[in-house]
Design a protein around this ligand. Structure first.
Ligand SMILES: Cc1ncc(COP(=O)(O)O)c(C=O)c1O
Length: 399
């Protein structure tokens, strides 16, 4: 039999999907399962988005579209990011993709030759590691433990950039921790980035409008506009607009990078579908009441989850301020037993919790932090409270 390409030995299915599938299977068997595993926003976009999609269907040209995306959508995205304080971008700086994931994959192909170094903080979104491995990059993981609120320090960044990686990949607000960097923290990191002109900086900030407590969203180019010629801003409609299945992602980047990603699009996907593009345009230009209301709701859910977690003796949880994730350090459970079953790792913990209490969480090791687990708390309040009560109960039953 012929062989697969060598790169497939480095490619693995998403760890998050594995847990989500197991939870789904148990549910299908009749178990009462609360799933905190998959990072979906659990709401739908406003009616105007569906109306635009229907209209596009009626007017369907049946043709291929632009590799970059239609001008009207590029303009809508430029206006959208101007409202975020990212100004001075033109259509030549923007391109689209099949969600932020495909955009990130394209960026990895566009920026990294095999053996080039990429640096990113841990905890990280699982696909960063997987994509970097597939393209054969050398990976420098910068550990940011709960003791430093899962945030990268300027000293860590300085040491990493001194190695002259081709790419520094940053994520704010963070999946999996829900951490959000303050303006001062971003400014301090930007000062370090400014010292190292040979490194591209990707800021995967797809949760940028899902920020609580008035912290605000801050980007390196807000504080140092001259970094615009190296900073690549990644965005998506998936989480903030409740549109993960529509698969629309964007970048605002130096022209050369936007052009490279567009060239890859021309070979990978050609274009996004017309109906999807019309829905994306409506989401960006229409009423913003759904995303705004959901952000306020998520802040309240965050409180429910956070309060439950910090009530558990020995569990530490830096307080999330964005997205819809909490990332508690549950290592106090290691070395203990639940109903006689030993828990020696985050993977054991999640497996025993799912089996015993029907609550699905993702082990922290999937995100590079094996002392923690990720709770995705976008589910309805009754499921949220039920799941959190079961986690509290589970801890109380450990011996
Ligand atoms: C940090 C981060 N980046 C990118 C993505 C991918 O998003 P999309 O649905 O736009 O591909 C996700 C999805 O979970 C994410 O959490």
């Amino acid at each position: 039999m012929p062989q697969l390409a060598q790169r497939m030995s480095r490619a693995k299915p998403s760890a998050i999907m594995v847990i989500a599938e197991k939870a789904k299977k148990l549910k299908a068997e009749g178990r009462d399962i609360v799933s905190f595993s998959i990072g979906v926003p659990n709401f739908l976009p406003g009616a105007h988005v569906y109306a635009a999609a229907r209209e596009a269907l009626d007017k369907d040209s049946g043709q291929y579209g632009s590799n970059r995306g239609p001008d009207v959508l590029l303009d809508a995205f430029i206006a959208h990011i101007e409202a975020l304080g990212l100004t001075g971008y033109t259509r030549a700086n923007i391109t689209t993709g099949v969600g932020a994931k495909q955009v990130l994959y394209n960026l990895a192909e566009a920026l990294l030759d095999e053996g080039d170094e990429i640096a990113f903080p841990a905890p990280y979104w699982t696909s960063y590691l997987d994509i970097a491995e597939i393209v054969g990059a050398k990976i420098n993981i910068l550990p940011c433990p709960p003791e430093q609120n899962y945030k990268l320090t300027p000293a860590q960044l300085d040491a990493a950039l001194a190695r002259k990686p081709r790419v520094f990949l940053f994520n704010n607000p963070s999946n999996p921790t829900g951490m959000v960097y303050t303006r001062d923290e971003i400014a301090a990191l930007a000062d370090v980035i400014a010292k190292y002109p040979d490194t591209w900086v990707i800021t995967d900030d797809i949760y940028n409008t899902m920020v609580f407590d008035g912290v605000g969203y801050h980007n390196f180019v807000h504080v140092r506009p001259e970094l615009k010629d190296r900073v690549i801003f990644v965005d998506s409609l998936s989480k903030t607009y409740g549109m993960p299945g529509w698969r629309v992602g964007f970048i605002a980047a130096p022209e050369v990078v936007a052009k490279a990603v567009t060239t890859l699009n021309s070979n990978h996907i050609t274009s996004l579908p017309e109906v999807t593009l019309a829905a994306a345009h409506a989401a960006l230009t229409g009423p913003q009441d759904v995303p705004l209301a959901k952000c306020a709701e998520f802040a309240i859910k965050r409180d429910r989850v956070y309060n439950a977690l910090v009530s558990i003796p020995g569990v530490a949880c830096p307080r999330p301020q964005g997205a819809f994730y909490a990332f508690p350090d549950i290592s106090v459970a290691f070395g203990k037993k639940h109903n006689g079953v030993a828990i020696d790792s985050d993977v054991d913990f999640c497996a025993v919790l799912l089996e015993a209490k029907g609550v699905a969480c993702v082990p922290g090791s999937a995100f590079g932090e094996p002392r923690a687990l990720r709770i995705s708390y976008s589910c309805p309040d009754d499921a949220l409270d039920k799941g959190m009560a079961r986690i509290v109960e589970f801890f109380a039953e450990l011996t």
